[in-house]
Design a protein around this ligand. Sequence first.
Ligand SMILES: [Fe+2]
Length: 353
Amino acid sequence: MPEIGDDERKQFFEDGFLIIRNAVSSELVARARALIEEAIPRDERHLLVPGNLATHVDVTGLFNRSTLADTMKRLMGPFPPIISSQVAVTPPFNQSGGKPGIHVDGGWSGVIPESAEEIDTTTCRPKDAAKYFGENDEKRGTNDGLLWMNPERTLSYGSYTALVGVALNDQHEPGNGQLGVLKGTHKDVENCFKAQRDAGGIVGPEGPGWPRIGIGKSGKPYTNGLPDDIRKIAEQRAEDGEPTENWPWPELTPVLLGAGDAVIALHSCPHTPTPNFGPNPRMNIYFRIRRLREGNSNEGTRRVAHGVSDHPDRGYFGQFLEYPDDYDPWSTSIDKLCDHWSEWDGMQSLTRS
Ligand SMILES: [Fe+2]
């Protein structure tokens, strides 16, 4: 079993992500890979992976039966059973699809107006919000997904503790659809959440410094998965960096993995899939893990779909769950967003120094 040494912990603390080599045995990788290869139609341009694969025991087994479950227990702490995953396959020779869209997980991303004229520049919402968000947007928008976590609309972002990705194919050469990360900016993201909380208003989009819908340089609206300050950092890095033919996004660090390697990233680590210029499908399986929250009576319920959900304070399909009077899931999540290392038992010696 790979031990996570002090140097690696330090690196994780600084970078916001950590690569673990050979975290998953070649036998478990082969089993999951065979399932996926069998399921995707080879002759089609778009590789659609059937949804039921996400909960298949040979897919969730990449986490549950490998060294990863134990590594996460030691690094982070206890967590509810992992029952689902995200099967993320990027087709080969894919020049346009999967264009980098750096984000922090947990936001709403639905259909938005095509033109900037339809966006209210004060609220950064569509002028005809009900058309896009639905009548009761605290519940569920017409476009699917959650605009708000709580009925009071004080928290507009879902969160968890760690994104754990397992590679099923070789991704050592940049340009093969790697996960790209905005290295080291997890601290800045935490600071953005803190500033929003301290301002006393909304935490997440529609809160200070984070328009719900941004307007791109071309004048086209986009759903905004990053606070303004983080987008500025990304833009500066893009300007200062050296693009290469295979990796034309110098602001991003490619996570270079071999089959069976894993990456652990903080929820607050901004990331994106990247186009796959290579000849093979890029196959990654992602698990979203949230440290067990004592006092939360819904830990372990299947309705949350632990392992895949980026909004585990609600049911996976947006249902409101019942909570005991003395447990407030929204304020707990805000506390964790503003102090992300507090959920990492095995990182305390670094965070307190
Ligand atoms: Fe993501």
